[in-house]
Design a protein around this ligand. Structure first.
Ligand code: CMP
Length: 139
């Protein structure tokens, strides 16, 4: 497979606990190239825009409150098979079900405060990269 891009967020729980450096090291070690990176503090409405596909889920309000509760690091990443490989590296959404050695197993506290986000498909990756980065920032 040719090179593919995906999008990731180091979430506020991992930032607060000081895990950002360790998570970036895992991403680097797994062979991802950082195409763009920025640290930012989302407003509630910016978090709602990012997670609009979950707007009708019961956890939407809590999720977007959490995602706007502290700083995050947004990342555009590139490698072969990036979307599936990042999701494998992250582990299951619920850290209780995450495999040993995955980022969520090591660093996540709960199904909501689960340390890291990764795109689930090519169309969502394109939307998510575009939500955070301008074309000129992708290098
Ligand atoms: P993420 O991969 O960022 O995609 C959607 C997020 O919603 C997910 O990680 C979790 O943070 C959160 N989430 C998913 N399912 C639940 C749930 N059942 N309860 C609370 N939060 C959830």
């Amino acid at each position: 497979m040719s090179s593919q891009r995906t999008f990731s967020i180091i979430k506020p729980d991992a930032m607060r606990k000081g895990h950002a450096g360790a998570i970036l090291a895992e991403i680097d070690k797994a062979g991802f190239r950082i195409v763009a990176i920025k640290k930012l503090f989302l407003s509630k409405s910016q978090a709602e825009g990012f997670y609009y596909v979950h707007a009708h889920r019961p956890f939407f309000d809590s999720l977007t409150t959490f995602m706007s509760s502290g700083t995050i690091i947004a990342l555009a990443l590139e490698k072969e098979n990036a979307i599936a490989d990042l999701r494998k590296l992250m582990g299951a959404t619920n850290p209780a079900n995450a495999e040993e050695g995955t980022i969520r197993k090591k660093f996540a506290g709960s199904i909501e405060e689960n340390a890291i986000h990764g795109s689930d498909a090519e169309d969502t990756a394109a939307f998510e990269i575009g939500y955070f980065f301008a074309g000129l920032e992708l290098v």
